[in-house]
Design a protein around this ligand. Structure first.
Ligand SMILES: [Zn+2]
Length: 305
């Protein structure tokens, strides 16, 4: 019997709401509800220290991401609260590791390249000078030969110059060998860097989103996996906030809710439409009305008892 009364009460409320155009505000609030009525609160959870980011710095990025949505809605959607509902973490994983490795190798390769360029320029200068010295020596030898030989002191000087040219030739030869080796090492490092970049892209192919919003066991969490730039970090945070209010992915590349990571930090028209839909007041009675045929069936079976 109790069941029957409940069903009748629901029906009265339902039909009452729809047959009377002037329903009271209190009744209206009972019938229409928006999931964005109250702000969602967030707090900072853990930040992996390999990011070298302070909590206040991370929070400023999170606030910026929250503001992207807040500024497009009449009431506050997201609000910081140290005891907040959504915990936001900065997690270090393989992607961040590869990213650091690429930056490290890139710096190393650039510095090696700088050193190598200086060495090569130095070698070229010495080789050029060497050719001039050799040419001058040959001309002088030629000069004295044409005159049937050089006087003893001149002869001695020519011999000394010849020796010095020989030793410079040896030195240039070993320098060339060392430069060849350095160039090989350099090329090897470039190859290693390219391999790391390939690994990185491979890794990204499977996880194009740099964060995730998880709702599990009544607990809400946003995990951010890496930040390559300030824009990407803010974008990813705003994207995950979008999921937190129930907005799904969209195809539009300029949308915050596009499925891949970009540097977009402004809501697109599609994002705004999705926000309106997600925050629209839902008529909970209407949802019940849709199940009225089943309610009647149940009523009939209850009455029959
Ligand atoms: Zn997403």
């Amino acid at each position: 019997m109790k069941k029957i009364l409940i069903f009748i009460a629901i029906l009265t409320l339902s039909f009452g709401a729809f047959s009377t155009p002037y329903i009271s505000n209190a009744a209206r609030d009972l019938v229409y509800q928006s999931s964005c009525k109250n702000p969602k609160t967030y707090k900072i959870g853990s930040i992996d220290n390999r990011y070298n980011m302070s909590e206040s710095q991370f929070l400023s990025y999170v606030d910026e991401a929250a503001q992207i949505w807040n500024s497009e809605y009449p009431s506050t959607l997201f609000e910081y609260d140290p005891q907040g509902d959504i915990e936001i973490n900065l997690v270090y994983d393989q992607r961040q590791f590869l990213n650091s490795q690429i930056n490290e190798l890139d710096t190393q390769v650039k510095s090696e390249q700088g050193e190598l360029d200086t060495k090569i320029a130095d070698y070229n200068r010495r080789a050029q000078e060497f050719q001039i010295i050799v040419k001058k020596l040959n001309e002088d030898i030629q000069y004295w030969n044409e005159r049937g030989g050089a006087p003893p002191d001149e002869y001695e000087s020519l011999i000394q110059r010849q020796k010095s040219v020989q030793s410079e030739a040896e030195s240039l030869k070993s320098e060339a060998a060392s430069l060849n080796q350095s160039t090989d090492i350099y090329n090897q490092q470039v190859g290693e860097l390219n391999q790391t970049i390939r690994n990185f892209n491979e890794e990204l192919k499977y996880k194009p989103e740099q964060g995730e919003y998880v709702y599990s066991g009544g607990k809400e969490t946003i995990n951010i996996y890496f930040d390559t730039s300030r824009e990407e970090l803010v974008h990813t945070l705003a994207h995950e906030f979008g999921h937190a209010i129930g907005i799904p992915h969209m195809e539009n590349e300029s949308a915050i809710m596009f499925s891949k990571t970009t540097t977009v930090t402004v809501l697109s028209a599609d994002d705004r439409i999705a926000l309106e839909t997600a925050c629209a007041e839902k008529n909970i009675v209407e949802e019940r009305l849709q199940s009225i045929p089943q309610i009647f069936d149940q009523l009939r079976s209850n009455l029959a008892r």
